[in-house]
Design a protein around this ligand. Sequence first.
Ligand SMILES: [Zn+2]
Length: 263
Amino acid sequence: MKIFGVIRKMKAVMGNPLRYYLFLDKDVLLLNTVFGREIIITHEGYSCCNCGKDVPLFRMGFCKKCFFESPYASETIIRPELSRAHLGEEERDLEVEKQIQLQPHVVYLSYTGDIKVGVTRKSNIPSRWVDQGATYATIIAETPNRYEAGLIEVTLKNHISDTTAWRKMLEDSGDSIPDFETALQRIEEYWPEESKAFKKDNLEVIRLQYPYSPPEKIIGLKLEKSPKISGVLSGIKGQYLNLDTGLLNLYAHEGYKISLEIN
Ligand SMILES: [Zn+2]
């Protein structure tokens, strides 16, 4: 079987383990059904996630022009505390920024080999956690917009990491249970006074179980370096395909045109 299309994030459906769907143009493939088989991914070109042009991608699936101009690649995507839409102030396109920022957001703790803090739109839960390969996660605050959530994160990240160490995440088998309570007690005194009203009283911890066991050696694969990647697919964690030749992060390859062959 051989199919063509542009790489987008895989969609996961909750379950034990999670089930991963790959969408390549009109084709949908439940990847769990091809575990144990050889797949061959060949880089055929690019398609910018915003303008669709076949030009080299700069960051986050955007070409350079779109990365610096599109409201979907604005700095507030990475740094929520810079959000201005709640003040009616435009950064790139106020209508789009209002849609993104003026909706319920959450601040969460997740476990990706270490405990980290993060912010996302409430509607993005649990897929945000799946994408980062978190095995456990819990919401610690709910806010009416992106800015308020960003303010909490920016304070707490001085005391707790806000990044995912991808290697550590891939080395983690999923057996270690994080102590979110203790982590929260540790940051209690740093919680911004004006944000305390958004704090959740009860922690509901979600567990995510991936069809994945860590390989002996973590090797990252990139289509930029090797335009043809092949290997036997044994599992998936986060947005990483676990091949017997290495791990391929599909999220980092959004916008790549590929052909996918399954033997
Ligand atoms: Zn573009």
